[in-house]
Design a protein around this ligand. Structure first.
Ligand SMILES: Cc1ncc(COP(=O)(O)O)c(C=O)c1O
Length: 241
């Protein structure tokens, strides 16, 4: 959560929910609480408008302010003329992207259900003798639900004879693409420039070192997940110290 200030001085929090459209926390949808919430519709998100996203606001007045900020600082007057109140940006979504986004939005429940079914399959296949550390599952009793934009595992690198790169290469050689989000920002070039150093946030560093995102997409089948799990188990078994 980042805090910002409107031009008239009022402060507001901006919640980055880029990956989590459809997630729930304590029984409420993400976006239904907090001040402003942003969702991303980049192609690797749960729904897409190719590029762009959505900003959830609280009322019509906020929507009007954001509309001006989005488009040159323009406000529309009652006599159908326009005023420019401040230097705004040019962040409007093209109509073609919006049309794609609307039809994707209608399919969100279907995509979420599919992702949740695939994740259930991942847990069913990997949980009995986990070859890697599995992600935590939201506590259904606390009425939480994940939108499962990614399924990330941690590799037990200290017990393996291969590096993460070698693991990913082995999967890729068998036709299985993986990801590695995210870096530990404090030890990236930018973070170091601002005083970040190794050892400062050991958990973030370990997670950045060990994370592998396994394939997850609403277009996948249970058989795809089975193949991924069998390959992960096989590669890790061969690399055990
Ligand atoms: C946490 C988080 N915030 C923001 C973004 C950026 O979203 P966009 O590409 O729509 O600007 C991403 C993209 O993956 C993200 O993961």
């Amino acid at each position: 959560m980042r805090f910002w200030r409107w031009r008239d001085g009022g402060a507001f929090g901006c919640e980055d929910a880029a990956l989590v459209i459809g997630s729930r926390w304590k029984g409420r949808n993400v976006g239904a609480f907090g001040d402003l919430t942003t969702f991303s519709f980049h192609p690797n998100k749960n729904i897409t408008s190719i590029e762009g996203g959505a900003l959830v606001v609280n009322d019509a007045a906020e929507a009007k302010r954001v509309e001006s900020l989005r488009f040159h600082g323009i406000t529309y007057l009652s006599d159908r003329t326009r005023d420019v109140a401040f230097p705004g940006g040019k962040f409007n979504m093209p109509d073609v992207n919006a049309r794609i986004g609307y039809s994707q939005l209608e399919r969100l429940p279907e995509f979420l259900a599919r992702r949740r079914a695939l994740v259930d399959r991942y847990f069913a296949r990997l949980a009995t003798d986990p070859p890697c550390v599995l992600p935590p599952r939201p506590d259904a009793d606390a009425d939480g639900a994940s939108s499962w934009n990614m399924f990330c595992v941690l590799l037990p690198l200290d017990r393996l004879t291969i590096s993460r790169k070698a693991f990913r290469d082995a999967l890729e050689a068998r036709g299985i693409g993986t990801g590695m989000s995210y870096e530990a920002l404090h030890v990236c070039t930018l973070g170091r420039r601002h005083g970040g150093r190794e050892g400062q946030f050991p958990n973030a560093e370990r997670i950045a070192r060990e994370t592998v995102a396994l394939p997850l997409h609403a277009g996948m089948s249970e058989a795809d997940v089975d193949r991924v799990c069998a390959t992960v188990a096989e590669v890790l078994a061969a690399a055990r110290k």
